[in-house]
Write a protein that binds this ligand. Structure first.
Ligand code: IYR
Length: 337
């Protein structure tokens, strides 16, 4: 796989392809980041963007993980002290998941977001951005129904982080795209207080998994079922067994006309295949014996043809997820004594 294909595999959106192609010509030492509002336990959504960071590390990028403590505070996720504590736990889980310790830099937002230059730059963006624009950028990130003033400052700060961390590329789930677009439109016009470069950077957006139980709408860590670093092997098995998995990549809409996805296949595609050379589906000999897949396409095709039964696919998914999660689970166990 060439550098561009590795950098962009499984991405839903690349902004712009041309800019990322230029980066791919010489990725060595280039800087890329994902920012996370700290939460005590990683869930499968964090792991999906982490897979992309691992791809980028393998392509030669330096990875910055922003532990966005100030952003979590602005999004009403707890007291500042509570948020700092969960951020520390997050770092250890990312390393256990497979980010390379040598080429990963963990930065707390509060290390630079309270500096005078940064605060003045935020105010500059407050002056140049309409309320409506900031609110739209936040629509998919905001916790709670009521927009607070903090929710309008949040995307402006995120747009600035890309400047202050001297990044060459920003990565995020598709829910971050409007903030990144705000960055691309607003930052290049800034006067700016700092010595950093106020140029727009390219962005890559990763898919958002569908709801595990129904395939309708997005998987959410706050409602519905999610898979997390805390889950035991049995928890994972139980959750995946209960997942929606018709024998197709393209399920029919439900009775109310809502579009549906196949979350089991999505997790194979975005979480499992990027991390395993081959995926083995264990089956007793009387059911045809083990199956082996080198890529997502052949597994999905077998599910569609009936060669691979959804129950066997789920069993393999649970065991591979368990393998990815086990080291982080161990870290959490040690942290909690
Ligand atoms: N908006 C992210 C958190 C976040 C991401 C980046 I990239 C930042 O520069 C700051 C915050 C979330 O929804 O978790």
């Amino acid at each position: 796989m060439d550098a561009y294909d590795r950098i962009t595999r499984n991405a839903t959106e690349v902004v712009t392809e041309e800019e990322v192609r230029t980066l791919a010509e010489d990725p060595e030492g280039k800087r890329v980041y994902v920012g996370y509002e700290p939460s005590g336990v990683l869930h499968i959504g964090h792991m999906l963007t982490a897979n992309k960071l691992i791809d980028l590390q393998e392509a030669g990028f330096e990875v910055v993980v922003l532990l966005a403590d100030v952003h979590a505070y602005l999004n009403d996720k707890g007291t500042f002290a509570e948020i700092r504590e969960t951020a520390e736990r997050m770092r250890d889980q990312f390393l256990a998941y497979g980010l390379d310790a040598e080429s990963t830099e963990f930065v707390y937002g509060s290390e630079f977001q309270l500096d005078e230059e940064y605060v003045l730059d935020t105010h500059e963006l407050e002056v140049s951005t309409t309320l409506n624009r900031a609110q739209r950028a936040m629509a998919e990130i905001q916790g709670g129904d009521t927009a607070k003033v903090s929710h309008l400052v949040y995307p402006l700060m995120q747009a600035l982080d890309i400047v202050y961390l001297d990044l060459d590329l920003a990565v995020g789930g598709l829910d971050q795209r409007k903030v990144h677009m705000l960055h691309r439109e607003q930052v290049p016009g800034m006067d700016g207080e700092s010595d950093h470069t106020y140029e727009a950077r390219p962005c890559i957006h990763t898919p958002i998994l569908a709801d595990l139980d129904t395939g309708v709408g997005k998987m959410s860590s706050s409602s519905g079922t999610t898979i997390s670093m805390e889950d035991s092997a049995e928890d994972i098995e139980e959750k995946i067994n209960g997942a929606f998995c018709p024998p197709t990549r393209d399920p029919e809409p439900d009775d109310e006309g809502n579009e549906r996805e196949n979350p089991v296949l999505e997790i194979f595609e975005y979480s499992v295949f990027p991390r395993f050379e081959t995926v083995v589906v264990e089956r007793p000999d009387e059911y045809g014996g083990d199956l082996e897949y080198d890529d997502y396409e052949s597994l999905a095709a077998d599910l569609e043809s009936g060669e691979l039964h959804p129950a066997d696919a789920k069993g393999a998914l649970a065991s591979h997820l368990n393998e990815l999660i086990a080291p982080g689970r161990e870290v959490l166990r040690e942290l909690d004594g």
